[in-house]
Design a protein around this ligand. Structure first.
Ligand code: P6P
Length: 337
């Protein structure tokens, strides 16, 4: 049971007031969350300036994923790393943009922070919503030197997860393991203010999100599911579906949290050895934590993603998430085939 908090409470007051079953947020986690979200506010201002300060376009460098980095990818990564350096409880950072984890200070402390600093980079130059996705884990041994293995924990062990979407509003979604709450960046105070407590994803939906241009490459269960959605009220589903694809996971998932739906980036045969496009540790796990906390589900087709034991920091995974009824149908089609 979480303590009700007054709407428009500032984020720094929220983390101080928040209690789940009478237990407050540990002070070290409060410090990390405030530093992290303050840095996202700074990043939001950079994103909004865009072309005016010459930060659009390619940085001319590549990241560990083999992707061309946009200038804002690098700026976001550097800002987030710098923004949490003063956090005494933070032992280390893992980022989509860097190969190995970075120790913070001596690499000692209670928490580990993982992030995709700027998700949806292909949308930066065309003014479509992008965002920061973050995950916070407990360090197995706060007093031992930092290792990559420290980060390889199943998604269900996260102590906090969230994202900030830089869109028409800059919105923060956060779960501390007791539901999902939303905050909007207030232009007057410059702070995130609580706008919704206890987000719930509707169990049923008539909206799906997938990149349809990959249809010929999908596995049969995904093809069957989407074909049935497209068949609409005259088909086996006996209802019409709507489709959305923003190509920013953070924006697509925010829509699912806001009005239900199902989001899919499944394995496909373009690169059969690759389990999927999205990364487990700093995309699927944090988003899956939020989705499950809001009453939805997230699977890789068969397994609950939050139960997967990670093998590598940058491993990828097939993702289907959102309204429970739809994810259960996708799981059924995958287990039948
Ligand atoms: P595609 C963004 O690059 C991202 O990682 C996710 O945010 C998004 O859902 C997906 O890739 C979009 O991929 O192949 O449709 O461009």
């Amino acid at each position: 049971m979480t303590k009700p908090i007054q709407l428009k409470t500032s984020f720094r007051h929220y983390v101080r007031e928040f209690q789940s079953h009478g237990t407050p947020v540990p002070s070290g986690l409060q410090e990390l969350l405030v530093l992290l979200t303050d840095t996202c506010i700074t990043l939001s201002n950079e994103v909004a300036q865009g072309a005016l300060i010459g930060i659009l376009g390619s940085a001319g460098t590549g990241n560990v994923q083999g992707e061309v980095q946009q200038k804002l990818d690098v700026i976001a990564n550097d800002l987030l790393i710098a923004g949490v350096q003063s956090c005494q409880s933070l032992a280390g950072i893992a980022s989509e943009e860097i190969e190995e984890p970075l120790p913070v200070g001596k690499g000692l402390g209670d928490y580990l922070l993982l992030f995709d600093p700027l998700d949806g980079s292909s949308n930066i130059d065309v003014n479509v919503s992008i965002g920061t996705i973050f995950s916070i884990l407990k360090k197995p041994d706060p007093n031992a030197l930092l290792t990559t293995a420290d980060f390889l924990q199943a998604g269900r062990t996260q102590v906090a997860a969230g994202y900030v979407v830089y869109g028409p509003q800059t919105t923060l979604a956060l779960s501390l393991g007791a539901g999902v709450d939303l905050f909007a960046l207030d232009a007057v105070s410059g702070e995130f203010l609580l706008i919704k407590q206890g987000v719930r994803i509707s169990e049923s939906t008539s909206e799906f999100a997938i990149n349809m241009s990959n249809m010929r490459h999908w596995a049969a269960p995904v093809k069957r599911y989407v074909d049935e959605c497209l068949a609409g009220s005259g088909g086996v589903r006996q209802k019409d579906f709507n489709m959305r694809w923003i190509a920013s996971m953070v924006a697509d998932v925010h829509r699912v949290l806001s009005r239900g739906g199902v989001f899919m980036y499944p394995w496909d045969q373009r690169d059969p050895k690759k389990p999927g496009k999205l990364r487990l540790m700093y995309e699927a796990n944090p988003m899956g934590f939020l989705v499950e906390q809001a009453g939805g589900e997230i699977i890789n087709g068969v397994d609950a993603i939050l139960d997967l034991q990670p093998q590598a920091l940058h491993e990828r995974v097939s993702v289907m998430l959102g309204s429970k009824d739809e994810v259960n149908l996708l799981r059924k089609y995958h287990t039948q085939s």
